[in-house]
Ligand binder design. Structure first.
Ligand SMILES: *[C@@H]1O[C@H](CO)[C@@H](O)[C@H](O)[C@H]1NC(C)=O
Length: 186
């Protein structure tokens, strides 16, 4: 994977800076608290093209997934496997908003979610300009590797067949925080 070594090092550096004492959080789902593990997985949007890198994260309950944004104007929104490029029908999707516009380097803020269970979490870049989701700018956390029918590549095939990306109506879920490593090697 492109520059995976650099990513891994940065990921560890971020994990080190965020590994405070385990605590509980009510992010994303107020009805469910989890104990944070102190592990942070960094994903970068827009590295070497219109994609997420890595686009496939394996995370434990209590891990944080943190998106960093490169040019120009990306975001993330949660979807499901079968209906790419649109938010969940029940209105619970996380959506980072379009807060990450940058002409060069990383955007000053990042978006984080806490992984609450081991179910697959599918997401897409809802930027309509350039049809980014249709062109494959999708990702997954905890894909079910035992069932190829629900693979990321199958999801990408479904995304390519959609006609337009839906921008969710409100920013919600997760949190936007200052980029903890704005000069990291992306
Ligand atoms: C970024 O993209 C969003 C969604 O297409 C748009 O509403 C917003 O105006 C864009 N921001 C800039 C600065 O271009």
């Amino acid at each position: 994977m492109y520059s995976f070594g650099a990513f891994t090092i940065l990921s560890q550096a971020i994990a080190a800076t965020t590994s405070a004492a385990p605590t509980t959080t009510t992010a994303r789902d107020a009805s469910k608290t989890v104990t944070l593990t102190g592990v942070t997985h960094s994903v970068v949007a827009g590295l070497a093209g219109l994609q997420f890198d890595p686009d496939n994260v394996v995370a434990e309950i209590g891990d944080i997934v943190e998106w960093h944004f490169l040019p120009k104007n990306h975001s993330i929104a949660q979807s499901n496997f079968a209906e790419p490029c649109q938010p969940l029908a029940d209105g619970t999707s996380f959506f980072a908003g379009f807060n990450f516009v940058t002409q060069q380097n990383q955007a000053p803020d990042v978006f984080q979610i806490v992984v609450k269970d081991k179910k697959p979490i599918w997401y897409y870049c809802p930027q309509q300009t350039g049809s980014l989701c249709q062109n494959g700018m999708v990702g997954v956390i905890n894909q079910n590797f035992d069932n190829p029918a629900f693979s990321l590549s199958k999801h990408r095939d479904l995304a390519a067949k959609t006609t337009v990306s839906i921008i969710p109506p409100v920013q919600q879920g997760g949190q936007v925080i200052a980029n903890p490593n704005p000069l990291g090697g992306f």
